[in-house]
Design a protein around this ligand. Structure first.
Ligand code: MN
Ligand code: MN
Length: 298
């Protein structure tokens, strides 16, 4: 089998594992600090600083999604929001030299423990069926069944994904419902599985807010701050997502608007269910092995 030639002890996989070890520690330490009255910005900065202290680099801004929000929300530069009695999803990433780990957890302060637990249970069941040759559609079927069994809907237009070098999202997609023809996983694939559950309809739409961005293409700009921002982006983040608050230039928001207007940078609108609904999430990164898989963010 050609797949068995993948060397799972190589430096690349060791970096994936190290990213995963740092990330699981940071996820637990961060989740513990989430409470009513604590500020979103403090939590995001705590996690991102802790990642650096432990020798990693944040792979994307800490996503803090509240209630109907599912993804792509992160605190603004001067954010003063605090947690209330809400459902809170923390989605955090680490990379070591561009080799990534991606994880998420729901902290429920809203009093809906079953909804918070459903994606965790779905993820556990999904991990059980991962092995070389498994169809991603069958993983999706397992996720859907578990979430369904709790009386909730999976969010079907958000999926798990492969993790590439300096790339957060690569093929294959790992659906959160049964699909008839998925992709086949092979030894050495590094993938994130991320079930989302909701008491809403199960389809998120784009909201009006953007706080996370990434480089779209090479380009040049004349404005001084925009040029400084672009240099930091290409040197430091490359093609990985970043937040406005990560930019070191003065007038960062203006600089970003210019880069966006020139289609050099694009934003990720916050993705959400209908207002009044709740969304929960759980995510792990894993490496497909001969015998099944190895979860790097356990
Ligand atoms: Mn994630
Ligand atoms: Mn992910």
């Amino acid at each position: 089998m050609a797949e068995s030639e993948v060397d799972l002890e190589s430096e690349q996989y060791e970096k994936h594992r190290e990213a995963g070890r740092i990330l699981s520690q940071v996820r637990e330490e961060t989740a513990e600090r989430v409470d009513v009255g604590v500020s979103h910005l403090e939590i995001a900065e705590y996690a991102e600083d802790r990642i650096r202290e432990l020798g990693g680099t944040p792979a994307f801004p800490v996503n803090i999604s509240i209630d109907e929000e599912a993804a792509h929300a992160t605190p603004a530069i001067d954010d003063d929001a605090t947690f209330g009695e809400e459902m809170i999803n923390l989605d955090i990433g680490v990379h070591i030299d561009g080799w990534l780990a991606d994880t998420a957890i729901t902290v429920d302060l809203s009093g809906n423990p079953e909804l918070a637990e459903a994606p965790a249970e779905a993820l556990e069941a999904a991990i059980e069926v991962v092995e070389p040759g498994v169809d991603t559609g069958d993983i999706g079927a397992v996720i859907e069944e578990v979430i369904d069994g709790h009386g909730f809907n999976p969010v079907v237009n958000l999926t798990g994904h492969g993790l590439g070098h300096w790339e957060q999202h690569t093929s294959p997609n790992i659906p959160n419902r049964a699909v008839s023809q998925g992709a086949t996983l092979e030894v050495g694939d590094v993938v994130a599985i991320e079930p989302f559950a909701t008491d809403g309809g199960g389809k998120v739409t784009e909201g009006g807010t953007e706080e996370i961005f990434s480089l779209e293409r090479e380009g040049t700009v004349r404005n001084r701050q925009a040029r400084a921002a672009l240099k930091q982006i290409t040197d430091e983040f490359r093609t990985l997502p970043f937040a406005t608050r990560w930019l070191e230039t003065d007038r960062a928001e203006m600089a970003l608007r210019r880069l966006k207007r020139n289609d050099i940078v694009h934003g990720y609108p916050v993705l959400k269910e209908d207002e009044g609904c709740l969304v929960s999430q759980k995510e792990h990164t894993l490496i497909v092995t001969e015998g099944g898989c190895e979860v790097t963010t356990e």
